[in-house]
Design a protein around this ligand. Structure first.
Ligand code: IMP
Length: 426
């Protein structure tokens, strides 16, 4: 089983890090293939809490962590995370960074923030980390890649070219000061010596490793419904977190991926703007937020909370062809007498069990709920499915039926060990 991809099935923050980390000891390479430091993985290992934004969560186990070509890299954040981990005794020396990964330059963050402000009510609610502008430059062929840092004259030319139009925009449209290309190039070059030993042709490294039977885990960031092609556009991130993105963002062919694991929270959360049919704007939402600690790892923003939406997860299961679902944070639902689960939408007076094709229908979709029995027992000690109370088992089985993919693992607490294993993920 050499190629495994892990993808969030909702709008992010499903707790992918926990599932990835649990697979970790049997994994040889852990690869990030999309996004940048907009991601937030909180991992609890042996009672110690680690918050990662850019590094693959495999950095905390024995696998080789890889930042693939599809990632956009903020070098300041990269070295900050490396130093932070080193200071806590974590070895990061095996980390590899693709020579083709694009760089988030300081001007990308400036543009991210001013465009959001300019959009006003139509803002996306981005993380403000410069992700969208860095991907725009990549597609516009104005991007700076990791390898450019090792040729000073090319780097300076590229930074100048990238800033030529942006400075016009910043000064004339956004009423901001122009950014000096020399300052930007100097800043980027200041990372070159530290970066050099990490840089590799990671596509070749990964294909060679797969040829030799290595287990490679492709670790998605963000989630299906934040995918620029398949998510709730325009309220999405600017990359392809879906399983197919693993091929593009790391340079392996589709036949290399043997297993696609969807990570779904036992309820739903979302950060930023965009449609969210099961969102709770009342005390129930507050209670989920408090019980689940639903505040962004990256931005600290309170997450929007709502009930499990089977249509959302089923759609992700179809497009990603999930082989398994890992259900996270089930313990957070402890203590509710009844737990609503969205089984259909009502759109313009008609019932549907599919995600509407049009954006405005999705915005107007009203959830149709089924009310499942809750449980009050502490489930954090459960390690096998049979350890769970009967009503908890029935909740899990009903979600499985609605989504149409087997649930192979369940998170019942924040620590690495607090999981129920139903089917082995490897
Ligand atoms: P961006 O990725 O910063 O451009 O933000 C675009 C949208 O994706 C916003 O709604 C963000 O809140 C959301 N987003 C980006 N990364 C994450 C994540 O790791 N978890 C949840 N939402 C995210």
């Amino acid at each position: 089983m050499p190629g495994i991809v892990v993808v969030g099935a909702q709008w992010g923050d499903e707790g992918k890090g926990k599932a990835v980390d649990q697979l970790g000891d049997r994994v040889d390479y852990t690869v990030r293939y999309s996004g940048g430091n907009n991601a937030g993985h909180t991992l609890v290992v042996g009672g110690e809490k680690y918050a990662l934004h850019l590094l693959p969560s495999g950095i905390l186990n024995n696998s080789v962590p890889v930042i693939g070509n599809g990632v956009v890299v903020d070098l300041g954040v990269l070295f900050e995370e490396i130093e932070g981990l080193n200071a806590r005794g974590v070895d990061t020396s095996k980390l590899l960074v693709s020579a083709n990964a694009h760089i988030i330059a300081p001007y990308h963050q400036v543009i991210d923030k001013v465009t959001e402000r300019f959009l006003g009510k139509r803002r996306i609610g981005t993380t403000g980390r410069g992700i969208g502008p860095a991907y725009s430059d990549k597609v516009n062929r104005l991007g700076i890649r990791v390898q450019d840092l090792f040729d000073e004259s090319i780097l300076r030319q590229k930074v100048e070219a990238a800033l030529e139009q942006k400075n016009q925009l910043l000064v004339k449209i956004y009423n901001r000061a122009a950014i000096n290309p020399k300052d930007v190039a100097d800043k980027l070059l200041s990372f070159a010596d530290r970066l050099r030993p990490l840089v590799a042709d990671t596509a070749q490294v990964l294909n060679d490793a797969l040829d030799q039977g290595a287990v490679v885990l492709f670790e998605g960031a963000q989630a299906h419904h934040l995918d620029v092609d398949h998510g709730t556009y325009p309220y999405v991130t600017s990359s392809n977190p879906i399983a197919a993105g693993a091929c593009i963002g790391s340079g392996v062919g589709p036949r290399r991926i043997d297993r696609a694991i969807g990570i779904a929270k036992a309820y739903t959360t979302r950060v930023g703007e965009g449609p969210f049919p099961t969102e709770l704007l009342d005390a129930d939402g507050e209670r989920l937020r408090a019980d689940g600690g639903e505040f962004g790892t990256t931005t600290g923003r309170p997450r929007r909370c709502g009930w499990f939406d089977a249509l959302v997860v089923r759609r992700a299961a179809v497009v990603n062809d999930f082989t398994d679902i890992f259900l996270t944070k089930l313990d957070v639902l402890t203590g509710w007498e009844k737990i609503p689960v969205c089984v259909a939408y009502e759109v313009n007076g008609e019932r549907t069990d599919r995600i509407p094709m049009s954006q405005s229908d999705f915005h107007h979709a009203k959830p149709v709920y089924e009310y499942l029995d809750g449980w009050s027992e502490d489930i954090s000690g459960a390690r096998a499915f049979g350890d769970l109370p009967k009503t908890t088992q029935a909740y899990v089985r009903r979600l499985e039926e609605l989504v149409g993919t087997r649930i192979s693992g369940i998170g019942v607490g924040p620590d690495r060990a607090e999981s129920v294993v139903i089917h082995d993920l490897l």
